[in-house]
Design a binder for this molecule. Sequence first.
Ligand SMILES: [Zn+2]
Length: 112
Amino acid sequence: MSDHQTSYTINSTIGHLYLKNKAFQSLTFEGQQSIVLDIIEKFRYCDVNLGEILSNECFSEYKKVDEKRTLATLFKICSYCGQPKEQVTDYWEEYNKQGFCFDCAPELSLEE
Ligand SMILES: [Zn+2]
């Protein structure tokens, strides 16, 4: 069983740093991405769920922010394989497939 609470706590913390503290915005994209990858690596051996960590759940805390993207698409880290990728799908109709790279969800690349 996954530790959902921890997963969403990490998600919420990254979202807070991003939206409220604007801690990421002064960094290059690579710098931003490497921090998130580092956090994921730190929790790799805990029973966390990558899809929940990289979900868009954190943005629901901010009513004024119309943020539809997942952290996966924001930082271009696949929420399935956890690898930094050139392309990660943006908000898709099929909720479960959002935040996947095309290697993990090859059928999505055909729909464009
Ligand atoms: Zn992937």
